[in-house]
Design a protein around this ligand. Structure first.
Ligand code: NAD
Length: 389
């Protein structure tokens, strides 16, 4: 018997770096593991860098590689534009793609500033087209199950949020001044890069943030300018430049529903490679997630009989856990790359059904408002209401 042919949707991916690989992989895998109503086609790779473009096209099977993103987003055979370039380029590329009538997927943080994020959210709203900002931690089965547990009432009234996203790559004083350390290309430092994930999760799991009180700091003020900016592998020149963004950020959070919490984002935590952690505490129990053990969710419930009370480890690989049934039999763990595939699976289902994806540009621009409030609070050394930014 012949398989029914699904409608094809043609994708253009702009960018061929770290996220270029992650998204290419997810786009390649998603229809193999999820029963999607459409079939994504890896049509055009927009790669400014011809070397990484050629490698990616070869590895993942992109049909065509073009150097200029403008000609790509205007191509009449493209349905969806997926943006995986540095933060400062998101607004221009996304707006042009929406104006050309394409649905848009964009990496986090949505933009380098709230003004740009608001422009993107408006362009999305005016176009009526679908958008997605790839806050992928939401789509780790254990993190998605945390949401289900909270919605089920298992934690009762949520009182506290605690998050820390810690990396260590800036402890090295010789790490060069790449685009992630420049305000004009990244918007902010650890805050926008790592803290944005935590704020997205805080909003996803607890609710909207009302007010913030923050401290940002740049421990290493000057770094070597790279000869060519190719991320972590950049070769430094013999000239130093000013680091314009934070190495670390800390913040107190007041939520609209009365919960309170803390957030920490840092690239200066020695030995922490990518420790993305959060804890939620409610009147009936608590939960704790650590990306370095990303298949597990720690759960505590006051509803368990007293002698049995204690933290239990849920291995979120059962068919009842979000996304897990699409992968392997129970007990077989998933990795970082699966979070992108899971999020894109949700996106393609929504795309086919004409529904909104989550988090869309409106949603991600609310995360951006919290990031902006954190920056202003840090600069002013005082509490800032998110509504007032
Ligand atoms: N969700 C996650 O877990 C995650 C992880 C890492 C990065 N990101 C986000 O993904 C985005 C890209 O990060 P990355 O790590 O892939 O960066 P990268 O430096 O590895 O790759 C950036 C790519 O963009 C291209 N590029 C740079 N300037 C451009 C321009 N003006 N026009 C067109 N192309 C241009 C580069 O040639 C390169 O291919 C950022 O928004 C970043 O915050 C998300």
């Amino acid at each position: 018997m012949r398989a029914m042919k699904k409608p094809e949707v043609n994708i253009a991916l702009i960018g061929s770096g770290f996220m270029g690989r992650a998204h290419s992989n997810a786009l390649r895998q998603v229809s193999a593991f999820f029963n999607l109503p459409v079939r994504p086609v890896l049509k055009i790779l927009g790669a400014r860098n011809p070397d990484s473009g050629a490698v990616l096209a070869d590895q993942f099977g992109w049909e065509e590689v073009l150097p200029d993103w403008r000609s790509v987003v205007e191509r009449s055979d493209i349905d969806i534009v997926d943006i995986v370039t540095p933060v400062n380029t998101h607004a221009e590329i996304a707006t042009a793609a929406l104006e050309a009538g394409k649905a848009v997927i964009c990496e986090k943080p949505l933009a380098g500033s709230l003004a740009e994020a608001a422009q993107m959210a408006k362009a999305a709203h005016d176009s009526g087209l679908m958008t997605l900002c790839t806050y992928n931690t939401r789509a780790a089965p254990a993190a998605a199950y945390a949401k289900e547990l909270i919605l089920s009432g298992a934690l009762g009234r949520i009182n506290q949020w605690r998050s820390a996203f810690q990396q260590s790559w800036l402890v090295n004083p010789d790490f060069p001044l790449t685009w992630r350390l420049r305000k004009d290309s990244a918007g902010s430092g650890a805050l926008g890069d790592l803290g944005s994930h935590s704020i997205d999760l805080a909003r996803f799991l607890v609710g909207e943030v009302k007010a913030v009180s923050a401290m940002l700091h740049t421990f290493t003020q000057e770094r070597w300018i790279p000869i060519k900016d190719i991320g972590r592998a950049s070769v430094p020149s013999d000239q130093k430049g000013q680091v314009e963004v934070d190495d670390s950020a800390w913040c107190l959070l007041e939520f609209e529903n009365g919960a309170r919490g803390t957030m920490e984002a840092t690239r200066m935590a020695s030995g922490r490679l990518s420790a993305n952690r959060f804890e939620v505490y409610g009147s009936l129990g608590g939960l704790s997630y650590d990306f370095t053990r990303m298949n597990e969710l720690e759960f505590f419930s006051f509803q368990d009989p007293l002698p049995q009370q204690g933290w239990v480890t849920i291995h979120a690989t059962l068919s009842d856990h979000p996304y897990a049934r699409n992968w392997w039999p129970a007990g077989h763990s998933l990795g970082y790359e699966h979070t992108f595939t899971n999020l894109l699976a949700d996106f393609f289902h929504a795309y086919a059904e004409g529904k909104k994806a989550a988090p869309d540009f409106q949603d991600a621009s609310r995360t951006q408002a919290v990031l902006e409030a954190i920056e202003r609070s840090g600069a002013a050394r005082s509490w800032v209401d998110v509504e007032q930014v």
